[in-house]
Design a protein around this ligand. Structure first.
Ligand SMILES: [Zn+2]
Ligand SMILES: [Zn+2]
Length: 340
């Protein structure tokens, strides 16, 4: 089969590799398409658990191609998605049931062969039926599952006010999931106007296009939109350090800042410990997911998280470099999907 293979950071090609055989308890999935996300840019640079050689791709939708010995509950041709993440079950975190903190956490598309390939093999416990869904909706299951975990971390109080900064596909889904999880108002902001308009068309309450060159003015406007009080919940979904700093100034006393965007590993922010203390601000992080798939599928099937119009670009794996460039630089790009 054909697959993208990285040998070292920034060095990959599309090559012929053996088609994987499903071992006992495993399923081989024939890939229809996989989403490209910011994590793939970090992996391209050799960050974020990349272990070489590897094949990226962790947001997959495909069809069951072959069942390994002992697998039941699936049929050949069934539309499925795959939870990329798994825990070892034996480390100290796993033994406490905190599987996401597993010391030996593995991910399909980072430490195990991923979905920018014709086929992919995964344990049946990580395969989920999305039969009847459109592949263009089902391809959003993994990022929506990460959002479900974000809600576990955040535990939004009923009736809270929320602000989400950054409307990439994941910020867009997070804002909608928040609205379905107890936030009474969800205000959104992004530097790109069409993303704000799309968010409003998907039913979010209020939003502004931020001025990239004048973050201070944009933050002041967002404060005004909260009647000068700030928000109970402020989410950074940009991964930009200066925005994370701004989030603290926009949170209400007793409120929570959620760091959801993937920042560069070397970024630093400046905070006032006195302000955190005096205003009783909570700062939380949310990383990936391990048990979000059932809720994500429900959110997508019920339309509580909507994705129409989010896919703006499609590439074959032969044009992977171009897909990465588009994600990095093209402000008209929203979700990019890659076909094998
Ligand atoms: Zn992703
Ligand atoms: Zn473990």
């Amino acid at each position: 089969m054909r697959a993208i293979v990285y040998d070292s950071p920034r060095s990959f090609d599309v090559r012929e590799v053996p088609t994987p055989e499903p071992a006992s308890g495993e399923i081989r999935v024939s890939v229809i398409q996989s989403g490209l996300c910011g994590t793939d840019l970090h992996l391209h640079e050799g960050q974020f658990m990349a272990s070489f050689p590897f094949t990226p791709g962790h947001e997959v939708v495909g069809r069951v191609d072959a069942l390994g010995p002992g697998v039941t509950g699936f049929f050949e041709g069934e539309l499925v998605t795959v939870n990329p993440n798994s825990a070892c079950g034996v480390c100290s975190y796993c033994r406490m049931g905190r599987f996401l903190y597993c010391s030996n956490f593995t991910g399909i598309g980072s430490s195990r062969p991923g979905a920018f390939a014709e086929y992919l093999v995964a344990p049946s416990s990580q395969v989920f039926s999305v039969e009847g869904m459109h592949p263009d909706v089902a391809v959003f299951t993994e990022p929506t599952a990460c959002v479900a975990h974000g809600m576990d971390t955040l535990r939004p109080a009923p009736g809270s006010t929320a602000l989400v900064i950054g409307l990439g596909p994941t910020g867009m889904m997070l804002a909608q999931f928040l609205a379905a999880s107890g936030a009474l108002t969800v205000t959104v902001a992004d530097a790109v106007n069409f993303k704000v308009e799309r968010a409003l068309s998907l039913g979010l309450h209020d939003g502004i296009a931020m001025d990239r060159d004048d973050l201070v003015a944009s933050l002041a406007r967002l404060m005004e939109m909260s009647d000068g009080e700030g928000y109970d919940i402020v989410v950074d979904a940009t991964g930009v350090a200066a925005v994370v700093e701004g989030c603290v100034s926009l949170v209400r006393n007793g409120g929570t800042v959620l760091v959801y965007g993937v920042a560069d590993e070397n970024d630093r922010v400046s905070l006032s410990p006195y302000e955190i203390f005096r205003r009783e601000i909570t700062i939380k992080g949310s990383f990936a997911e391990i048990d979000g798939f059932p809720r994500a599928i429900r959110a997508l099937r019920t339309g509580r998280v909507r994705t129409e119009g989010l896919i703006t670009h499609r590439y074959s794996i032969d044009r992977y470099q171009e897909a990465l460039e588009t994600l990095r630089t093209d402000r008209t790009a929203h979700k990019i999907v890659v076909h094998p």
